[in-house]
Design a protein around this ligand. Sequence first.
Ligand SMILES: [Zn+2]
Length: 301
Amino acid sequence: MLTVAEIMQNARRAGVGIPAFNIPYLPMVQPVIQAVADQDSFALVEVARLEWVKFESRSPAAVAEEFARWDQPRHVRLHLDHIPVIDEDQQAVDFLAIIREALALGYKSVMVDGSRLSLEDNIQATRQVAELAHAAGVPVEAELGAVLGHEAGPVPPYEELFASGRGFTNVAEAKCFVQESGCDWLSVAIGNIHGAIAAGQRDLKKVEARVNLERLEQLSEATGVPLVLHGGSGIRADSVREATRRGIAKVNVGTEIRQAYEVALKKAGSVPEAQQAVYERTGWLLRDYFAIAGIRAKVAP
Ligand SMILES: [Zn+2]
């Protein structure tokens, strides 16, 4: 069986983006995995710290346990998403302890998010995680640039943000960052934006985002590693597919399936119906949005 590092390299070479589905509610694990298997596709299942702190996925252990119940190793792997060094509320996080725990639990890849730090401090924090994870044979995703949306308070108008390129990942910095930090994959800011998670904002429809393809190509060439697009929900489908042909090998999807779950739960009041909504939404994403039904044989043979 291929490692997730090999699968990501295959995806990069093939110009395919592997979706990584976020789990803010534990019952979402089963329908996500089932949809990926039924589409004969491949995806990561992931949980970010804020999903057990601010939503209901409880802990990395609870997600790992739920994942193990439904695991289909030919189709999915478990990834640890956003472990911030400084979180969205500006609090310091004991990130190394969480990474250590996840490695012990069998997570196959991990992310450390030092994007709120200076370049130097981000490199240093990422290098610490890379040393830990690589000793366990696990690849590390890091982030450089500002993918907004998780912070409290209003996000600046999108068109203004996109036109100014404010917070976009700098090409020269990215090259130096990857070399010095030892990260395996890099999450970049190129016009993508996270779904809002602050109270009062989480139910809002996401703005339609685009990506700066020219910047993306430069980043891919300069770094030589698989790049990651966070905030995959709500990006125009043509924009996402073009991005995956130019170096994006992993696309995080949170809001799209979280809201499907929440809306169905509220309306039907039953977890099985909310799970069905997640199953259908995930299937739609794989088949119609990413157009990667049947991709397993290509990226994870
Ligand atoms: Zn993210």
